[in-house]
Design a protein around this ligand. Structure first.
Ligand code: GDP
Ligand code: IMO
Ligand code: MG
Length: 462
């Protein structure tokens, strides 16, 4: 059939151009033949050992980009005979080949950042490969103060935050009162930006009945920090984008975990940002289609710090035993972590939201010596069997775990370096996790140290 002479539904039809339009997709600017973008996501309530896995994988990475959160995170790395605790700097900084990037999705406490840099120098590590986005937000003492005041105000329904001020810093970002890195390190703009922000925050602080913070000492202190931070600050989003287009290997490092995600976690008992894989795009300017693989990380059992529902939580001697064996005390606050059996329903929820292409199961060694190990395979909510994570926290708070039990195993798993060296019961346990969550396991961690790692499926990583 011949084309009509005009097209469109306008009452004043547009004449067709003389040259026919050619609808074709532009040719891709670069062709990437290798899998090169891997996002690491916590599957549950944080502390799944993301830091250890980043360290293991960063040996093969050109860039390690942290995409969310602030110094509420605590990532422990046991490498080269030392233990490093990172709150802001991506764990890949330990590898000379790897540029560590603090992205625009993060909020940065300059004092913590400088302490971390000093600690790395004290351990003979070089830090010149650190890059900080101009759009990362800066965290100030008034955020920390407001975190405490808000928690006190919430009373019994307090979130149990890490009290670092991370939530209030993100509130300022969303409210468009935040101070970004670009302004912080600009001696011309910073004094005025701080003066306005502090005046605004002091109003709220006084509403809580507290003394306002003083401008001059705060400005002096933070101007000194800005001098030291400035050399690291740059056009990071463009650099990351170019690295992706050049096919460089990039490891995106999540903080916290899926069940703490602002939208997909146990709201309001969550953090103020997006630990899920989508957060890697929001925080860094990475396009969704550029993600090749997503590695979800969960422990062989579950932990949570702070308040909020935790359906598979254990209490009494069983929980104490896991806490002692796994040394489950917060990296950031030192709080004892709540412990429970692994919640398969929550891990599957996480896998679906972030599109896990594989799972890393950590701390398998900790469960050695139990006669039986448990897995939460569904919730009983007022007599109804539910095998998904309800969106309404009032429902999740009523959830009772429906357990599957499996035979336990014994022996020192930290010595295992191949899957066939694991006890058969441990392998069965892993197969059950894979089947339920519909996600293959690519890595098993059997100890805190870098070498205590079994890589089962390298093909699912890069
Ligand atoms: P992250 O926040 O996800 O990086 O995790 P954390 O570092 O806060 O907590 C994980 C803890 O478990 C740290 O103390 C690690 O050193 C430790 N760890 C990591 N992997 C293993 C493992 O496979 N076995 C044992 N026993 N400990 C591990
Ligand atoms: P990593 O990266 C575990 C928890 C807090 C609290 C809630 C809100 O080490 O896994 P916030 O200070 O963010 O406003 O607190 O989130 N939380 C974490 N729990 N690991 C973390 O980070 C966490 N970051 C925040 O305990 O329940
Ligand atoms: Mg942690």
């Amino acid at each position: 059939m011949p084309l009509p002479a005009t097209y469109g539904y306008s009452p004043h039809p547009v004449p067709l151009p003389a040259t026919p339009l050619v609808y074709s997709r532009p040719a891709p600017i670069i062709a990437r033949y290798v899998m090169s973008v891997l996002v690491i996501v916590g599957a549950l309530w944080g502390d799944e050992a993301k830091g250890k896995l980043v360290d293991v994988l960063a040996g093969d990475a050109d860039l390690n980009v942290r995409y969310c959160g602030g110094h509420n995170a605590g990532h422990t790395v046991a490498a080269d005979g030392k233990t490093f605790k990172f709150h802001l700097i991506p764990s890949g900084i330990l590898h000379e080949n790897c540029t560590a990037v603090i992205s625009g999705g993060m909020v940065v406490c300059p004092k913590t950042l400088l302490d971390e840099l000093d600690n790395l120098h004290a351990n003979a590590k070089t830090t010149g490969r650190l890059r900080i986005s101009k759009s990362a937000h800066v965290l100030f003492p008034y955020h920390r103060l407001l975190d405490r005041l808000e928690e006190e105000y919430r009373g019994a329904r307090r979130v149990g935050t890490t009290s670092r001020g991370v939530g209030p810093a993100y509130q300022d970002k969303v409210a468009r009162f935040g101070i970004r890195m670009a302004e912080f390190v600009d001696p011309e703009r910073f004094p005025e930006r701080l003066r306005i922000a502090l005046a605004m925050k002091n109003r709220t602080i006084q509403l809580y009945g507290e003394e306002p913070l003083e401008y001059e000492p705060l400005l002096d202190e933070y101007q000194e920090y800005a001098e030291r931070v400035r050399p690291f600050v740059g056009e990071v989003e463009r650099e990351v984008n170019e690295a992706v287009r050049a096919g460089k290997r990039i490891l995106f490092e999540g903080a916290q975990g899926t069940m703490l995600d602002l939208d997909h976690g146990t709201y309001p008992f969550v953090t103020s940002t997006y630990p899920t894989a989508g957060g890697a795009c929001l925080g860094t300017g990475l396009a969704p289609g550029q993600i090749d693989n997503v590695l979800g990380v969960c422990g062989a059992y579950a932990t949570r710090v702070g308040s909020g529902p935790f359906p598979s939580e254990l209490c009494g001697s069983l929980a104490d035993r896991i806490r002692e064996e796994g040394r489950e005390f917060g990296t950031t606050t030192g709080r004892p972590r709540r412990c429970g059996w692994l919640d398969l329903v929550a891990v599957r929820h996480a896998s679906r939201i972030s599109g896990f292409t594989s799972l890393a199961v950590t701390r398998l060694d900790v469960l050695s010596g139990f006669d039986q190990v448990g897995l939460c395979a569904a919730y009983d909510i007022e007599g109804t069997r539910v095998d998904w994570v309800p969106t309404d926290m009032a429902e999740l708070e009523k959830a009772e775990p429906l357990w599957e039990t499996m035979p336990g195993w014994s022996g020192d798993l930290s010595l295992c370096r191949k899957e066939d060296e694991l006890p058969a019961q441990a392998t069965e346990f892993l197969r059950r996790i894979e089947a339920f969550t519909e996600t293959p396991i690519s890595i098993v961690s059997v100890g805190a140290r870098r070498e205590e790692t079994i890589i089962l499926r390298p093909d699912l990583l890069w």
